[in-house]
Ligand binder design. Structure first.
Ligand SMILES: Cc1cc2nc3c(=O)[nH]c(=O)nc-3n(C[C@H](O)[C@H](O)[C@H](O)COP(=O)(O)OP(=O)(O)OC[C@H]3O[C@@H](n4cnc5c(N)ncnc54)[C@H](O)[C@@H]3O)c2cc1C
Length: 300
């Protein structure tokens, strides 16, 4: 870390140098961030970004449910949005939610207001910021199917609203993955006038399904690989012989063989090594390329 970290802008939020990131990720692995910034509010975040050396990389994180932070830690600044970025407001056309709002909470608030269309968010253990960036989805629906627009802050601290089309959504992808802009919040168009108890019943169905089909109480990062066209990633991992087999302290879950698990004090290198080994074997045996869905960030 060089001089930039000694000349950080004055802010109202919290700045932590050499901040451990493992506790902020589901895998519970990885080295420290040079700097972790927890902004107080949007104005605080803008002040920070405007005053920060433009050459310093900035990485926003949510609750780390799709992140593998490497053991060498992360260069630059990690931004984590807190309570003041988590408001959820319903309207008759849909709702707006702050980037730090949990998807499951958004699903619940929508349901209680009789708004349908975001029930699938009950199955995704991340934040709105992560969901927009990843175009998160399950059970046949994706974020792009309900999203109207997202408010983002660019690296210079300017706020812009991007439409659904401008976000260029694709399978588990949006333009934000290339830009590293920070999502501040999102607006979703939903179907009004539903019986709340019916919407809540669909949420309960999704929650129950997840309990039996995914290792949701383990240290995991969700689906490791994207499903290749015409194939299921879990089947390829299984057929390559890697369901439940250890690589260091890491393995693919017996319950869902596309979910990697930190099963026994794994390092990030164990987890990434396992994933890359399986990718190579699947390519070798079946001629199919598996692409990482989990975001791997930081120094090896
Ligand atoms: C048990 C389990 C089940 C899962 N099931 C599903 C599923 O069914 N469907 C699915 O799609 N995913 C699933 N996931 C993966 C994960 O929950 C989603 O990708 C989620 O959207 C990530 O949100 P997050 O807040 O945890 O983001 P993080 O993991 O913290 O970050 C993910 C990416 O989003 C970026 N990001 C986060 N917040 C912001 C922000 N405010 N602004 C800009 N960029 C940001 C990060 O830089 C990173 O590139 C699952 C994960 C787990 C652990």
């Amino acid at each position: 870390m060089s001089d930039w970290a000694d000349a950080l802008p004055a802010v109202r939020g919290k700045i932590v140098k050499q901040a451990e990131l493992a506790p902020f990720t589901w895998f519970r692995v990885g080295g420290p961030a040079d700097v972790l910034f927890l902004p107080e509010d949007e104005a605080d975040l803008a002040t920070f970004l405007k005053g920060l050396d433009p050459a310093v990389p900035v990485t926003p994180i949510g609750v780390g449910s799709n992140l593998l932070v490497r053991d060498g830690g992360l260069e630059g600044v990690v931004v984590r949005l807190g309570r003041n970025f988590a408001q959820i407001v319903t309207d008759d056309w849909g709702l707006t939610a702050g980037a730090a709002a949990l998807d499951a909470q958004v699903a619940k608030v929508a349901a209680r207001a009789g708004l349908a269309g975001l029930e699938f968010y009950a199955g995704i253990p991340g934040t709105v910021g992560g969901a927009v960036t990843m175009n998160a989805g399950c059970y046949g629906r994706e974020t792009k199917d309900a999203l109207l627009s997202a408010r983002i802050m660019d690296r210079s601290g300017n706020v812009v609203t991007l439409s659904n089309a401008e976000l260029q959504f694709a399978y588990r992808h949006s333009i934000l993955q290339e830009k590293n802009w920070i999502v501040l919040g999102a607006a979703y168009e939903l179907q009004e006038g539903n019986d709340p108890s019916e919407v809540i019943a669909r949420i309960e169905e999704i929650t129950a399904k997840r309990e039996t089909s995914q290792p949701i109480r383990e240290k995991t990062g969700g689906s490791t690989f994207k499903n290749p066209e015409g194939h299921s990633a879990w089947k390829l991992v299984d057929e390559a012989g890697w369901r439940g087999k250890f690589f260091g302290g890491a393995k693919f879950s017996e319950l869902h063989s596309n979910f990697m698990i930190n099963a026994d004090n794994a390092t990030a290198a164990d987890l990434e090594g396992l994933g890359d080994t399986v990718r190579a074997e699947v390519k070798d045996k079946f001629g199919i390329d598996l692409h990482w869905e989990i975001k791997r960030i930081g120094r090896k």
